[in-house]
Design a protein around this ligand. Sequence first.
Ligand SMILES: Cc1cc2nc3c(=O)[nH]c(=O)nc-3n(C[C@H](O)[C@H](O)[C@H](O)COP(=O)(O)OP(=O)(O)OC[C@H]3O[C@@H](n4cnc5c(N)ncnc54)[C@H](O)[C@@H]3O)c2cc1C
Length: 387
Amino acid sequence: MSDASPDDIQAIREGVRALCERFPGEYWRELDRERAYPTEFVRALTEAGYLAALIPTEYGGSGLGLRAAAAILEEIQRSGGNGGACHAQMYIMGTVLRHGSAAQKSAYLPKIASGELRLQAFGVTEPTAGTDTTSIRTTAVRRGDRYVVNGQKVWTSRAEHSDLMLLLARTTPKGEAAKKTEGLSVFLVDMRAALGHGLEIRPIRTMINHATTEVFFDNLEIPAENLIGEEGKGFRYILDGMNAERILIAAECVGDARWFIAKAAEYAKTRIVFGRPIGQNQGIQFPIARAYAETEAANLMVERAATLYEQGKQAGKEANMAKLIASEAAWHAADTCLQTHGGFGFAEEYDVERKFRETRLYQVAPISTNLILSYLAEHVLGLPRSY
Ligand SMILES: Cc1cc2nc3c(=O)[nH]c(=O)nc-3n(C[C@H](O)[C@H](O)[C@H](O)COP(=O)(O)OP(=O)(O)OC[C@H]3O[C@@H](n4cnc5c(N)ncnc54)[C@H](O)[C@@H]3O)c2cc1C
């Protein structure tokens, strides 16, 4: 649990803001055009220690809590940048921290904290199993002191820019497991050793610059010691990390929304049409004001969820609601910002169209809006189970 004070969090925000000023819109635009990875930005964040915020001090991190991590990611988005290039390290690392052995933690966490090892890839989704995670088909079969992995992942983001991948695979066939949520296991795959020896990565070109890929496993051998926790319990380990993931993504959405609102308000004050600023028209003001209200409400939910999480209390309901309303607030702010800019919203140099595309992702990944609604309906409101 972190005891970061509001002043500490404010200092972190200012530090991240100062770092992000070195990476202006032009930097992100250029990368977006080439679909290139922001290597320098990620290096700068790592060197400043921000990506190790959640790693305990005994392993070389800052030992901060989720509120601090949320503030870091929010500020990146709010500056016009894109934390999607590196946000996963923050929440994937938690699986190793919570469920890894003492040997795994001391072997990996200090190197992840220093940046010597990048843990950015998270292989869960498959072509035939996105939302329905327990139906994944990638298998890991134990042979002596190794596991042999076969199968395919899709949307494995940052795989080309990561040294390690946290992989979810079936170790017991679904039909033979006591429950469909059992028989899944989590592994730490050293992709440097695996590339060309049973691991192949193929980039997928998408509407945003997200370095996402397909990953193929063909008799990939991994040491049995790379199993995280107990064999067969991997689904629970992945679920454990999901609240943190949702809260952090929600904080990014709040950052996006704040960027769009500031950008829209600024443009509305300065763009003169019919001899007066367009922002003098209530037709322009109201959507911006509404987006602002939605964003502030979403932010309260993010803060509430992060605080509960830090206190070790149940945060499932709040984490899901934070992700739902923050991703929608960001999208409404994006749409309003684009509309406020008129034709210029479509010009690359304003960054609006890029951020508009980027923020749309968060209603689909890492969990789609429908699945959050389904969680709330079933687990909070007690409505009948749907699937
Ligand atoms: C850019 C990008 C990056 C990603 N990065 C990663 C990553 O790093 N690692 C990783 O493992 N995955 C990653 N993902 C995958 C992402 O988590 C999935 O796309 C997401 O979970 C949805 O799964 P799906 O695409 O298979 O959709 P599907 O499961 O096929 O669902 C399609 C649609 O149907 C809806 N739906 C499905 N079932 C129901 C139901 N019962 N009731 C109502 N609606 C339903 C869903 O909400 C969704 O809108 C990424 C995806 C993208 C696009």
